[in-house]
Ligand binder design. Structure first.
Ligand code: SF4
Ligand code: SF4
Length: 176
C-alpha cells in the first residue's frame, strides 16, 4: 500500500496475545529505545486473557484537534493521522478529555500530548503484529464514508465487549 494515501489501522482485538511487540516497535521507532510508557499504541489488560492494543482511530471529525486551545494539533492530509506540534502544546490535557477513547496521553519525558502518527504511512506496530503471526493490526485504505469515531472507545468499554466475546455470557461480570 502506498504511504501517501489515507490509511487506517484495522484491529481484530480478540486475536491479541498481549505480547506487547507493538509497544516495543512503536517506542523504538519514535524514541530510539524500548520505552512502552512512551508508545503511541498501548496494550491494556484489565482482565487476564482480554489484552488489546489501544490507539488513535483518526475520528472523521477529530474532536481532539478542535479542542486544543493553542492549535497544537493538526491532521496530516496524506495519511489522516493527527500530528502534534510539541513546541506549541502546553500539556493542558484538553485533547485527552475530548477524545471519546481517551487515547492521547502526556509523554513521560516531555509531558507533551502524544498520539499515533501512523509512522508517516508505514505503521511499525502493524509490521511486528503481522510478523508475529497475530494479525490483530492491519493497514487498510481509509474509506471517507465510514465513521471511524465508532472505534474510539475507552479501555474499560473495550474490555467489557472483549470479555463477553471471549468468555461468553459471564464475561461481562468479570469486567466489572
Ligand atoms: S495537551 Fe497540548 S495538544 Fe492537547 S489540547 Fe492541550 S495544548 Fe493542545
Ligand atoms: S481517537 Fe482520539 S486522538 Fe484519535 S482522532 Fe479521535 S479524538 Fe483524536
Amino acid at each position: 500500500m502506498s504511504a501517501v494515501e489515507p490509511i487506517w489501522i484495522a484491529r481484530d482485538l480478540p486475536k491479541c496475545s498481549g505480547c506487547r511487540l507493538c509497544e516495543v516497535a512503536c517506542s523504538l521507532h519514535h524514541e530510539g529505545r524500548i520505552w512502552p510508557e512512551a508508545s503511541r499504541v498501548r496494550v491494556f489488560m484489565r482482565v487476564p486473557g482480554a489484552e488489546f492494543p489501544h490507539l488513535c482511530t483518526q475520528c472523521h471529525d477529530y474532536p481532539c484537534v478542535k479542542s486544543c486551545p493553542v492549535g497544537a494539533l493538526s491532521v496530516d492530509k496524506r495519511t489522516s493521522a493527527v500530528i502534534v506540534d510539541r513546541d506549541s502544546c502546553n500539556s493542558c490535557g484538553a485533547c485527552i478529555q475530548a477524545c471519546p477513547g481517551r487515547v492521547p496521553f502526556l509523554h513521560p519525558g516531555d509531558k507533551k500530548a502524544t498520539i499515533c502518527d501512523l509512522c508517516g504511512g508505514d505503521p511499525q506496530c502493524v509490521k511486528v503484529c503481522t510478523e508475529g503471526g497475530w494479525n490483530v493490526l492491519r493497514v487498510v485504505e481509509r474509506e471517507e464514508s465510514h465513521s471511524y469515531k465508532l472505534y474510539a472507545r475507552r479501555p474499560d468499554e473495550i474490555t467489557m465487549d472483549l470479555v463477553t466475546i471471549i468468555f461468553g455470557e459471564h464475561g461481562e461480570r468479570m469486567a466489572r
